[in-house]
Design a protein around this ligand. Sequence first.
Ligand SMILES: Cc1ncc(COP(=O)(O)O)c(C=O)c1O
Length: 295
Amino acid sequence: MSTIVYLNDAFIPKEKACISPDDRGFYFADGIYEVIKYYNGKAFCLSDHMERLRRSLSSIRINFTGIDQIESLANELIHLNHMEEGYTGVYMQITRGVNRRMHQFPDESACPTFYMNAYPLPPFINELKKGIRVILREDIRWQRCDIKSIMLLPNVLMYQEAIENGARECFFVRDGYFTESTHSNIFGVKNGEVYTHPDSNHILPGITKRIIVKICNKAGITVKETPVRVKDCKYFDEFFISGTGSEIMPVIQLGDIPVRNGKPGTITRQIQQEFFRITYGEIAGDENYSKWIAD
Ligand SMILES: Cc1ncc(COP(=O)(O)O)c(C=O)c1O
């Protein structure tokens, strides 16, 4: 049975999907994307993702008029791929469309290219439970990391380096401070308080990050939106990352140095537990999540 994707205005088998070599996404990475996780067929934080999609589009001046249809198209995509049950990622990408290669924007007749696919996105149970090791590298990205651009070469290169070094993520460092990692936001915990980089042009304003701030506020945990200095790592008790796919992932080693005792910390566990209760528990109706992180 072939995978069905959505391209421009049609649901088609993936192997029949054709994108022109003149697409500006291909030439210039001139486009933006979003990823939404569906828990048993229900989208998590759909309106936040749509709002960020609008912001990304307007930041790079792509005039795409189909945003209001995305929710029903994504539901149909999940249905056509028989993915109503389980955990699914829906990837969507919009580029500035097809035109001969020139830097200048094409005229109004060029329509944006809209592509969407659905794929299994189960929880990374082993990593969620045990935590991951990360490497640290200079943040060589541009000054508009707040836009969810498809131009991800630094992220790809640094993630590959992480994998080649036996790690699972790379923390970007700008001017001595952690910004974010290749596809997640960074959190540190010191003396029971949670630290994370403030939203700015140097990070993507993560939707999971925003949920974590809400969870902490509700639980009476102080959140300081202050960047963490690499030099100060040794004073931190816990680190974790957040993202649509990573969810709340403990970090147990920075480079060669274990974080405290090299085990996920208690605040990380508390936030994980609440996040899983909302997503796998309330949304998906799956109570097994408690077992994933039990010692
Ligand atoms: C660079 C970067 N930072 C942070 C995130 C986390 O964002 P979200 O929680 O909205 O998935 C992502 C997600 O893809 C990302 O690519």
